[in-house]
Design a binder for this molecule. Structure first.
Ligand code: NAD
Length: 354
């Protein structure tokens, strides 16, 4: 194993608390990792006036992977746009060329009651959404609001280059090879030319992966199938806007925001790993935040940036074990169940690794 450099960006709110636990878990495995720390978001604004400072940029570019807590909070809400903590997140994603967002949605058996779906529908859920992050109607030009024939008209451009489709498709097929070897591509090809090209290019890429099964779904049907039969999915690959909506829908299937990790990849090994939730200012500093989404994000880092599959799986097994043993932070505890704090949950995962 070669030595990997990880930049840790704790961020704001519960960020420092949950990141501490994730680092604790990975350090307990005695892996060849060099850790560095930097500022991002509101804490960077407080220190140097901008949310993605030059020193953090240099550390991020030199790192093999970035582990991030969360950014933002009411303290920084009144600031002008360039100083808003979320701008730091957008800037680091752009700076590192992170075009693929991976969000696993896994239902852990002891938490089946947290889902709004019936247990028999959602039991065994284990899917991965691969969302394109830098293109589509969110960034397409021309865009704007203008006067036409005496009334205001708003317009955006949905656009994908085949190179953009090809690279996100490859990420999805590669991810499927580490899982159950099935990719479902989601588009709207019955109405949109962008989607017709999307489907053609995904099928071309699929020929490079004869061991992976490719299917297609129209986005409206995909939204239905996600709540009707979510366990039928393995990897879902889709564009920026459809992925934005479907990944939140998939997140809700599990019912617990404190459990959901994410990875944003550049396609060449570098990645930014963070929980799907925000900085939870309402519980910051109380030692009650659930660190599992961040711990699971660190597992994704070992898998997708470093190729350490066994170590990643060991962390995921340890998380399953602590849940099976009944450890619960308040956000995932049923009424009357005993709860543990952030650090105790981290300690329990470390103990379960052994
Ligand atoms: P949030 O995800 O921070 O919190 C929503 C609810 O979930 C809160 O009740 C919170 O206490 C709870 N929660 C979230 N994570 C939890 C955890 N690990 N353990 C236990 N409970 C948890 O979303 P919000 O309240 O809408 O946003 C708060 C701040 O976070 C805002 O400033 C927002 O801009 C920012 N935010 C940042 C990110 C990010 O850094 N990627 C993402 C979303 C929101």
């Amino acid at each position: 194993m070669t030595i990997k450099k990880v930049l840790v960006l704790p961020g704001d709110g519960i960020g420092p608390e949950i990141v501490t636990e994730a680092v604790k878990v990975v350090q307990a495995m005695a892996l060849p990792i060099e850790w560095e720390y930097g500022l991002i978001g509101g804490s960077a604004v407080d220190a140097v006036g901008i949310p993605y400072p030059e020193t953090t940029q240099q550390l991020a570019r030199a790192a093999d992977a970035v582990l991030l807590g969360a950014v933002g909070g009411p303290k920084w809400d009144p600031l002008p746009r360039f100083q808003r903590p979320e701008q730091g997140l957008l800037a680091i994603r752009k700076d590192l060329g992170l075009f693929a967002n991976l969000r696993p949605a896994v239902l852990y058996p002891p938490l089946v009651g947290a889902s709004t779906l019936r247990p028999e529908v959602v039991e065994g859920l284990d899917l991965l959404i691969v969302r394109e992050l830098t293109g589509d109607v969110y960034f397409g030009e021309p865009r704007g609001i203008e006067m036409r024939d005496g009334e205001r008209v708003g317009f955006n451009t949905m656009i994908y280059r085949e190179s953009e489709i090809r690279r996100i498709a490859r990420v999805a097929f590669e991810a499927a090879r580490r899982r159950r070897r099935r990719v479902c591509s989601v588009d709207k090809m019955n109405v949109l030319e962008t989607s017709q090209l999307w489907r053609e290019v995904v099928e071309e890429v699929a020929r490079e992966y004869p061991d992976v099964t490719l299917t297609h779904l129209l986005v409206d049907n995909a939204a239905m199938q996600l709540v009707r039969a979510p366990t039928a999915f393995d990897v879902i690959v889709t564009g920026n806007m459809f992925g934005d909506i479907l990944s939140d829908e998939a997140a809700m299937l599990t019912g617990s925001i404190g459990m959901l990790p994410s990875a944003s990849l550049d396609g060449a090994g570098k990645g930014l790993y963070e929980p799907c939730h925000g900085s939870a200012p309402d519980i910051a500093g109380k030692g009650v935040a659930n660190p599992l989404a961040t711990i699971l994000s660190a597992a994704l880092m070992l898998r997708y940036s470093f190729g350490w599959e066994e170590e990643a799986a060991a962390i995921e097994r340890a998380v399953r074990k602590v849940l099976a043993d009944g450890r619960r932070t308040p956000d995932i505890a049923a009424a009357g169940e005993p709860v543990v704090g952030t650090a105790q949950m981290g300690d329990a995962v470390v103990a379960a690794l052994r």
